[in-house]
Ligand binder design. Structure first.
Ligand code: ADP
Length: 698
């Protein structure tokens, strides 16, 4: 138990937030994480797209470089061809060489050798397809070539003409572009070499690895495709890049298109990684939420358990106190604080001597605590009584029940004690004892009242005897005056008799006086004979009147009994009186009363140390309906009875630790028995002989 859970301070266990209040927090956290994740995935996609785009740009630049290189190489080959065939005389060999060149360079469709006035000197067509101008006719395309050649001549460099669409005999067509190469020999201009390029084939000059999976095309400024080369389109997202192919006299736009094979959920490793991490993060969030909910439930249960415990502790009237193994107070409940009048702050952490120990008993308590803390004998389960002191100095009795304080690991961490303030209990006990005593006194007085008539009858005899002895003595004295022979011895005897009778009367008075006199209740060892002797004169008073024969049987050499003499005498007297009255009412022929004392039960075992007193009569016995209520106070069958005798008898005997029982006498009558402890009696009561109608303590 935690010392912080100490009494006094109202401690309500708090839950940080009600579950309902947490939802906005959770909602915003989830929204934030979701936004973060979506942004991450989007950024990763963007990054990937930009990577693809820049790769495409690079590829386009490379494709341009490839085309430019090929065109330059072609230009050189054409220049070589022209330089080898400078005059028209070499026309036949020109055709042959031109044919060979066309065979090697697939992109060139036709070579024409023209004179300075654009007149056609020789022509060679590509061996790969039918003559390209077959359908349209050469003259239709002539103006463009003428313009290009004029520019070439002016600048003395090769010049390209603008491209145009050339229909073919098979119904299709293609985009072509022409190159005009001025021919100069000996410083004079004497003709042109015109080469026709198929733009589609020019695109094929690009390195095959660039063309794989991508579409390369020449387009116009408005995006119209002039020629196309490369892989087939496969749907999905398209990336495209454009660059200019700047040629003397003509500028072409090269466009490259690339597309993703399929709309992928995980386009690349980065995105996949981010997605996987997002899923992991969401799972962790979910698990965290679950864990949190479980914790909240446990927290709630715990708070409820704590509140329950607190309510229970606060409502207890039993004081509770915990001490650690060093004897320091670690916990006190409100009931304990109220009992001793100290606040928890004044008590907690306190070691010995505790502020509620009466100073005069502190030494004894200190020793008791040291034994307890040293692991000495365990405290009794039923508790032990002690005296504590309130803050105002008043003392009060407490019942302490102690038990070891064991923690969750099974280790003893101190001692837990429960305290009961038993002052009220003590007060009630004292009150009932006082009223018992008062009741007994009044019962005694009632007995005395009843005896008054017997007393007067009994005193009559000695008084009459005294009177007659006195008369006799006076007569003797008178006679002595006239008769000198009278013996003084007779007078002496008469006076002795007077004295004896006076003493007898005195004894009768004293026996009643002794009985009535209220003495301080005290237990002392009393011989059983002396108990019998004390009540015998009073018993005899009534016995004589009712003509009952009284017999006493006391076993020899019995030990003394420890008892309150007056009380036990009253018990004996009550039982004897009841017996005689019962026999008188039943008009028994020769009534006799037997008072017996002997050892109780067997002489070994638990019976040892107890004496049994019994009073037996030959009365009518006790009928079953009376038996039930015999010991009920104020139950009587007699007209002048009080009904207190037997109930008081039982109380007295039980106060001495004994028991009172009755059984039928043989052949008739009743025997009442009771036991009393002897001087060295064992604490246990003797085994009961199981008499009929035995009583038990209520
Ligand atoms: P009281 O003598 O004033 O009536 P007791 O408590 O002494 O009160 O006795 C209660 C009743 O028990 C008596 O009225 C009587 O009926 C019955 N009783 C007691 N002793 C005997 C006995 N020895 N024989 C028969 N009845 C008895």
């Amino acid at each position: 138990m935690s010392p912080r859970a100490a009494a006094g301070k109202p401690r309500t266990p708090t839950v940080a937030r009600a579950p309902g209040q947490r939802w906005p927090l959770w909602g915003s956290l989830i929204a934030l994480v979701a936004t973060l994740l979506v942004t991450l995935v989007w950024l990763a996609g963007r990054y990937e797209a930009s990577q693809l785009q820049s790769r495409l740009e690079r590829d386009t630049a490379e494709a341009i470089a490839d085309i430019r290189t090929a065109l330059t190489r072609n230009l050189q080959s054409l220049q070589a061809l022209q330089s080898m065939h400078a005059t028209p005389a070499s026309l036949p060999t020109w055709s042959h060489d031109a044919q060979r060149l066309l065979h090697e360079r697939r992109e060139m469709l036709r070579l024409e050798w023209r004179d300075g006035q654009m007149g056609l000197l020789a022509v060679a067509d590509t061996p790969y397809r039918p003559p390209v101008f077959a359908r349209m006719g050469r003259s239709n395309a002539h103006p463009d070539v003428t313009l290009a050649c004029a520019a070439a001549r002016r600048l003395s460099t090769p010049a390209y003409a603008t491209s145009y669409f050339l229909p073919q005999p098979d119904g299709l067509g293609m985009e072509v572009m022409e190159l005009c190469l001025p021919q100069v020999s000996g410083g004079t201009h004497n003709g042109y070499l015109v080469a026709t390029y198929a733009l589609g084939e020019v695109l094929a000059l690009v390195a095959p690895e660039l063309a794989r999976g991508q579409e390369i095309s020449f387009t116009e400024a408005d995006g119209t495709r002039l020629a196309l080369h490369g892989g087939t389109r496969r749907g999905g997202r398209v990336f495209s890049a454009q660059q200019l192919l700047d040629l003397p006299g003509n500028t072409l736009v090269l466009r490259m298109d690339s597309w993703r094979s399929a709309p992928d959920l995980f386009p690349n490793v980065l995105t996949a990684l981010v997605t996987a991490m997002s899923i992991a993060l969401l799972s962790v969030l979910f698990l965290l939420g679950k864990d949190m909910r479980r914790r909240q439930e446990v927290e709630k249960d715990l708070a409820e358990a704590l509140a329950f415990r607190k309510a229970m502790e606060d409502s207890l009237v039993t004081g509770l106190r915990a001490r650690d193994l060093a004897g320091r107070i670690t916990y006190v409940n409100p009931a304990f604080c109220e009992m001793v009048g100290f606040t928890p702050e004044e008590l907690l952490g306190n070691s010995t001597p505790a502020p509620y120990w009466p100073p005069e008993l502190a030494g004894e308590y200190q020793k008791r605590q040291e034994i307890r803390l040293a692991g000495g004998h365990a405290p009794p389960r039923e508790g032990f009584e002690s005296v504590f002191m309130r803050k105002d100095g008043s003392r009060f009795p407490v019942l302490i029940i102690e038990a070891p304080l064991i923690n969750a690991q099974g280790m003893q961490t101190g001692w837990m004690s429960a305290f009961l303030d038993i002052s009220e209990q003590r007060r009630v006990e004292e009150l009932s004892r006082a009223s018992q005593e008062r009741l007994q006194a009044s019962a005694r007085l009632a007995t005395v009242g009843e005896m008054a008539s017997l007393l007067s009858h009994e005193l009559n005899q000695p008084l009459a005897a005294i009177s007659s002895y006195a008369t006799g003595s006076l007569n003797l004295l008178d006679a002595r005056a006239g008769l000198p022979g009278t013996e003084p011895a007779d007078l002496q005897l008469a006076l002795q008799r007077i004295a004896q009778q006076a003493e007898r009367a005195g004894r009768v008075i004293k026996s009643v006086h002794d009985f009535v006199r209220r003495r301080v209740k005290a237990r002392e060892p009393v011989r059983p004979e002396s108990l019998i002797e004390a009540v015998l004169p009073l018993v005899s008073l009534q016995a004589r009147k009712l003509r009952v024969r009284v017999e006493t049987r006391v076993s020899p050499s019995l030990p003394a009994v420890v008892c309150d003499r007056t009380m036990v005498e009253q018990v004996l007297l009550n039982l004897a009186r009841n017996a005689m009255q019962a026999m008188d009412e039943a008009r028994v022929a020769s009534p006799s009363l037997v008072i017996q004392v002997r050892r109780a039960g067997s002489e070994v075992g638990p019976g040892k140390g107890w004496l049994e007193f019994s009073v037996a009569d030959q009365g009518p016995g006790i009928p079953p309906e009376v038996r039930e209520q015999l010991f009920t106070p104020f139950f009587t069958t007699k007209a002048e009875g009080m009904g207190l005798g037997l109930s008081l008898c039982r109380t007295v005997v039980e106060q001495h630790g004994g028991f009172l029982a009755f059984e039928p006498n043989r052949p008739r009558g009743t025997i009442f028995r009771f036991t009393l402890p002897t001087d060295g009696a064992a604490p246990a009561a003797p085994s009961q002989p199981a008499p009929q109608g035995a009583t038990t303590t209520a």
